[in-house]
Design a protein around this ligand. Structure first.
Ligand code: HEC
Ligand code: HEC
Ligand code: HEC
Ligand code: HEC
Ligand code: HEC
Ligand code: HEC
Length: 498
C-alpha cells in the first residue's frame, strides 16, 4: 500500500515536470528515438549433417536460428513482436557469413545434397533461382518470422553446412573421408532493418554444424568385412547388417524412386523421428508408393514395414548393446557420446559447464544404458526426457548438484512446444526473455570455453561504461541492465529470473 502511494506521488511529480517541459518548448524532452537491440542464437549447440547423401540420410542440413529484438529506448524495454514490427516498418533478417549460395553449390559434398535430397524429400527443390534452400523453405539468407508461441524471431532449417573456408584457421573439423578440414562453426549475421532498408541493429551468432562420427567406425568395419572403405561400401555393409536383424530389410536393395539405383534412404521413413517433424514413421510405401526391391534381395515387400522403435532408440540402444561394438570398437561407448556427437575433433559440448571439468554429458543426460533403462528414447527430443537446469534426465546420476529451483525462479514455458524442453524453449525475466537470449546456445552457455561463442556477448557488454564485479566479465550471461533498460544501472548483475 505504502509503495503504491509513493508511486502515485512520483507520478504526480513526473506529470508536473512534463507540464513544465510543455510550457517551455526550448527545454522540451522529446521522445528518445527508438534504440533497437537484437540477440540471436542457434537453437542447439550443434547440428549434425552427413558428408554424403547417396546412401542414406540421418538428418538433413537444418540449423534453426532464433532471435529476440527489443526497443531499448525507454527505461523498460519493449519486446518487438510481429504486431509492433509491422506497425514500425521493421524487418528482422539473417545472412550466413561463412556459407553462401556460391560456396555451398561449389562444395562437392553439398553437391550430393543437391543431387539426392529430392529423392529423400519428394517434391523438395534444393536450389530455387540459384538460391540454396532448406527443407523448411528458408535459404542461407532471408527474413525471420515471429513465433508467437515461443516469442522469438525464427528462421527454421537453414541449410548450413561445414565448408572448407579460405581462412584456414576456421577449418578445425577433420573430414572422416580424408578431404581437407572444414569449418563446423560458421557465423550468421542477424539484423533489424527499417522500411528504408537502414540497419538499426545487428549481431552475429555461431551456427554450429558438423559431420557425425559414424564413419570413424563404419569405414574400417566395412573394410574388415570385405567391403570398400568408402561411403558406398559402408552403406552396402550397413544394409547387409540391417538385413540380419529381425526386419530382414537389407536397405541396400531398396530403390525408392525406381530409377534402377539403390538408395538413397532415410532412416526416419521407418524409424519415428520427432527431429524430422514426425509424430509417427510414415513408411516407405507412403513416401514412394512405386518403390522397387532390387534383384538379389532376400526379403519381400511384406517385410518392408515401419519399426516399432524411434530412430533415437535403435541407434543408441543397438550400439550400447552390441558385443562387437563393445569388444572391438569402444568398450565405453555408453559414456563416449563423442563417438557420434559429433566426433571429428569438434566440440558440441563447450559451454560453461565444460570448464567445470568433472561434468560430462552423462551427468545431465545419463549414459546410454541409463537412457535405455529409463525409457528416454520412447519420447526422444522431448521436455519429458531432456535435462533442465534444475534436474538431470530420468535415469541420470549426476556427479554434481544441479541448480536450485529457487536460483532460477519460475520458468515460463509454452503450452505446446513441438521439440525440446525447458531451457531451449523456456523464458524468464517477467516471462518475456528466452533463457538463451541471456545465456546463449545449449551446450555453449556463456561464458563458453570457445572464444567464438563469446563474441556476441562481448560485443553487447563491451562498453567501457559498463562495470563487472570481481570474477565476472563481458563474456558472462547478459546481466548489464542498462544494455536493455536505458536508465537502469550500468553494473552487471543477475536480472530477476521470475
Ligand atoms: C564406436 C564405433 C561405432 C560408431 C561410432 C557407430 N557405429 Fe554403427 N556399428 C558399429 C559396429 C561395430 C556395428 C556392427 C555391430 C554388430 O555386428 O553387432 C555397427 C552396426 C550398425 C548398424 C547395423 C544395425 C543392425 O541392424 O544390425 C547400423 C544401422 C549402424 N551401425 C549405424 C550407425 C550410425 C548411423 C552411426 C552414427 C550415428 C554409427 N553406426 C556409429 C560401430 C559403430
Ligand atoms: C524400410 C524400413 C526401414 C528403414 C528404411 C530402416 N529401418 Fe531400421 N529397422 C526396420 C525394422 C522393421 C526393424 C526391426 C525392429 C522392429 O521390429 O521395430 C529395424 C531395426 C533396426 C535396428 C535394430 C534394432 C534392434 O532393436 O535390434 C537398427 C539398429 C536399425 N534398424 C537402424 C536403422 C538405420 C540406422 C537406418 C537408416 C540408415 C534404418 N534402420 C533404416 C525398418 C527400417
Ligand atoms: C552410435 C552413435 C551415438 C552415440 C554413441 C550417442 N548418440 Fe545420441 N544420437 C545419435 C544420433 C544419430 C541422434 C539423432 C537421432 C534422431 O535424429 O532422432 C542422437 C540423438 C540424441 C539425443 C536427442 C534424441 C533423444 O533421444 O532425446 C540425445 C538427448 C542424445 N543423442 C544423447 C546422447 C548421449 C547423452 C550420449 C552419450 C551418453 C549419446 N547420445 C551417444 C547417435 C549417437
Ligand atoms: C550441463 C548439463 C548438460 C551437459 C553436460 C550436456 N547436456 Fe545435452 N542438453 C542439456 C540441456 C539443458 C538440453 C536442452 C534441453 C531443452 O530442450 O531445453 C540438452 C539437449 C541435448 C540434446 C537435444 C537437443 C540438442 O541440443 O541437440 C542432445 C542431442 C544433447 N543434449 C546431447 C548432449 C551430448 C552428446 C553431450 C556431451 C557431449 C551433452 N548433451 C552434454 C544439458 C546438458
Ligand atoms: C535477462 C537475462 C536472463 C534471463 C532471461 C535468464 N537468465 Fe539466468 N542468469 C542471468 C545472469 C546474468 C546470471 C548470472 C550468471 C553468472 O553468475 O555467471 C544468471 C544465472 C542463472 C543460473 C545460475 C544460478 C545460480 O546461481 O545457481 C541459472 C541456473 C540460470 N540463470 C538459469 C536460467 C534459466 C533456466 C532461464 C530461463 C527460464 C534464465 N536463466 C533466464 C541472466 C538471465
Ligand atoms: C535482454 C534484455 C534485458 C536485460 C539484460 C535486462 N532486462 Fe529487465 N526487462 C527486459 C524486458 C524486455 C522487460 C519487459 C518485460 C515485459 O514487459 O514483459 C524487462 C522488465 C524488467 C522489470 C519489470 C519492469 C516492470 O515495470 O515491471 C524489472 C524489475 C527488470 N526488468 C529488471 C532488470 C534488472 C535489474 C536487470 C539487470 C540486472 C535487467 N532487468 C536486465 C529486458 C532486459
Amino acid at each position: 500500500m505504502r509503495s503504491k502511494n509513493k508511486f502515485i506521488a512520483l507520478t504526480m511529480v513526473l506529470v508536473a515536470i512534463a507540464m513544465l517541459a510543455t510550457a517551455a518548448p526550448s527545454l522540451a524532452r522529446t521522445t528518445p528515438p527508438p534504440s533497437y537491440k537484437v540477440v540471436a542464437w542457434n537453437d542447439l549447440g550443434m547440428h549434425c549433417a552427413c558428408p554424403t547423401f547417396a546412401g542414406f540420410l540421418l538428418l538433413p542440413p537444418f540449423n534453426t536460428i532464433r532471435a529476440q529484438v527489443f526497443d531499448a529506448s525507454g527505461r523498460d524495454p519493449i519486446l518487438v513482436t510481429s504486431a509492433n514490427a509491422s506497425s514500425l516498418g521493421l524487418t528482422i533478417g539473417y545472412n550466413m557469413i561463412d556459407n553462401s549460395d556460391a560456396l555451398n553449390q561449389a562444395d562437392p559434398y553439398f553437391q550430393q545434397w543437391i543431387t539426392y535430397s529430392p529423392k529423400l524429400f519428394p517434391g523438395f527443390q534444393p536450389v530455387v533461382n540459384g538460391k540454396v534452400m532448406g527443407i523448411a523453405g528458408n535459404g542461407l539468407s532471408g527474413t525471420m518470422a515471429y513465433d508467437s508461441n515461443l516469442l522469438d524471431w525464427t528462421a527454421v532449417g537453414i541449410p548450413a553446412y561445414p565448408l572448407v573456408q579460405a581462412d584456414t584457421t576456421k577449418n578445425v573439423m577433420t573430414d572422416p573421408l580424408g578431404g581437407p578440414n572444414r569449418n563446423p562453426y560458421p557465423m550468421t549475421n542477424v539484423f533489424v532493418k527499417n522500411s528504408a532498408g537502414t540497419v538499426l541493429a545487428s549481431t552475429n551468432t555461431v551456427t554450429p554444424v558438423a559431420f557425425g562420427g559414424c564413419c570413424t567406425c563404419h569405414l574400417p568395419l566395412a573394410g574388415q568385412n570385405g567391403y570398400p572403405t568408402t561411403p558406398t561400401g559402408s552403406f552396402a555393409y550397413l544394409g547387409k547388417m540391417h538385413g540380419t536383424n529381425s526386419s530382414k530389410i537389407d536397405f541396400n536393395y531398396l530403390d525408392p524412386t525406381g530409377d534402377g539405383a539403390s538408395g538413397p534412404i532415410r532412416c526416419s521413413w521407418c524409424h519415428w523421428d520427432p527431429a524430422m517433424g514426425e509424430s509417427a514413421a510414415p513408411g516407405l510405401d507412403k513416401v514412394w508408393p512405386n518403390y522397387v526391391i532390387m534383384p538379389g534381395a532376400t526379403f519381400t515387400k511384406a517385410n518392408v514395414v515401419v519399426s516399432k522403435y524411434s530412430f533415437s532408440d535403435v541407434v543408441h540402444r543397438f550400439h550400447s548393446q552390441s558385443t562387437k561394438v563393445l569388444t572391438q570398437f569402444d568398450a565405453n561407448v555408453a559414456t563416449n557420446c563423442y563417438d557420434c556427437h559429433p566426433g571429428n575433433n569438434v566440440n558440441c559440448y563447450r559451454g560453461t559447464h565444460k570448464a567445470k571439468t568433472t561434468i560430462w554429458c552423462v551427468d545431465c543426460h545419463g549414459n546410454l544404458n541409463q537412457r535405455v533403462a529409463a525409457g528416454q528414447m520412447t519420447q526422444p527430443w522431448k521436455a519429458s526426457t531432456l535435462p533442465t537446469c534444475t534436474s538431470a534426465s530420468a535415469g541420470a546420476t549426476p556427479a554434481f548438484a544441479c541448480h536450485a529451483t529457487s536460483a532460477v525462479g519460475g520458468t515460463t514455458y509454452p503450452a505446446s512446444p513441438t521439440l525440446f524442453g525447458k531451457f531451449i524453449n523456456g523464458r524468464g525475466h517477467k516471462g518475456s526473455i528466452k533463457c538463451q537470449t541471456c545465456h546463449g546456445e545449449a551446450h555453449a552457455e556463456a561464458p563458453s570455453t570457445m572464444t567464438l561463442d563469446n563474441t556476441q556477448l562481448s560485443a553487447m557488454q563491451g562498453s567501457t561504461s559498463y562495470s563487472f564485479p570481481a570474477g565476472k566479465d563481458k563474456t558472462y550471461a547478459l546481466g548489464v541492465c542498462n544494455y536493455c533498460h536505458s536508465g537502469k544501472t550500468t553494473t552487471w548483475g543477475v536480472p530477476p529470473h521470475q
